[in-house]
Design a protein around this ligand. Structure first.
Ligand SMILES: [Zn+2]
Length: 309
């Protein structure tokens, strides 16, 4: 039977065939383990599971990779605040995530790579982007030069003219060439080393930006071109646009043939469930019967974070 999938890249339902006979290589964006997952987050993971099961029932062998983001501004802030390392800080949240997956009977992915264990792959990709002129160093940070990638915005059908015009407003706050350029590498700040969040690189001690994680880890486990890349719809811009720009500029190949996005979980009124709402009705009511375990934290109040640029 012909399988058609709604492809965000084309905006149409396209006939799906993997590149390799009967083997699907699929990458899905995983959790940032800075806090417990709430029901809105879990909706995306259930979508990945449904997709994976459908492919398997359709007769495909699936190699599914889902990253665990264990470096993030929020993680650094919280670890610093708690006087611990990012590894210690994220451990219980990563464990809780896998418990949640088990409780929801989600079939496990083949690989769950962690960002902190793939820094060398990220450094290699950033080095390639610097060599090719797709990236530049500004005051110790490394940025992707969006002007060097003409296809930027194609996935989310972004109006590049609009992006530039809107960007001018805040341009003078940054050392970037253009405000829409995004960070590949962030220079180490005082205290980062102590919490285990600083790595040596040819372009200076620091840590990777969020977007480069997925580009480097999908390449490491699945090669340059994936059959399917999936994520929540909120990741389409800028995260997935940035992944495409980095990977395609570095590898000179298409990152993914199919892009699938799950919608947000909404309550009965159509309002999106966010973490703050998940602590109260009506979102909590939706999940309460399945989430009665005391340490799930699914309904925990969000921790307030003071910003770190
Ligand atoms: Zn991602």
């Amino acid at each position: 039977m012909t399988l058609r999938l709604h492809n965000s890249l084309t905006g149409t339902k396209d006939v799906f065939e993997p590149l390799e006979d009967s083997h699907v290589r699929m990458y899905t964006c995983g959790p940032t383990v800075w806090n417990f997952a709430h029901i809105g987050n879990l909706r995306a993971f259930l979508f990945y599971d449904l997709l994976r099961r459908h492919l398997q029932v359709a007769g495909y062998r699936v190699t599914h990779v889902m990253n665990i983001t264990d470096i993030d501004d929020r993680i650094l802030d919280q670890a610093m605040h708690a006087g611990t390392t990012i590894a210690e800080y994220t451990k219980p949240y990563a464990e809780a995530f896998f418990e949640d997956m088990k409780m929801l009977r989600v079939r496990p992915a083949e690989h769950y790579p962690r960002a902190t264990e793939h820094i060398q792959e990220m450094i290699r990709m950033i080095s390639t982007l610097l060599e090719r002129g797709n990236a530049y160093v500004a005051d110790g940070d490394v940025y992707f030069r969006i002007a060097s990638f003409p296809h930027y915005g194609e996935l989310s059908h972004l109006d590049r003219e609009g992006l530039r015009a809107g960007a001018r407003v805040a341009a003078d706050k940054y050392d970037k060439e253009s405000v829409s350029d995004f960070a590949l590498w962030k220079k180490a700040q005082p205290g980062d080393e102590k919490i285990g969040a600083a790595w040596d690189a040819p372009f200076g001690k620091g840590r990777p930006g969020w977007h480069i994680e997925c580009s480097a880890m999908s390449k490491r486990y699945l090669g340059d071109t994936l059959d399917i890349h999936a994520g929540g719809v909120d990741l389409m811009f800028p995260h997935h646009e940035n992944e495409i720009a980095q990977s395609e500029a570095a590898n000179q190949r298409q990152l993914s043939r199919f892009w699938l996005h799950s919608e947000h979980l909404a309550d009965a009124t159509g309002r999106r469930c966010r973490k703050a709402q998940a602590a109260s009705r009506p979102c909590a009511t939706l999940s309460r019967p399945a989430m009665t375990r005391s340490r799930s934290g699914c309904f925990s109040s969000p921790t307030r974070i003071t910003g770190r640029a």
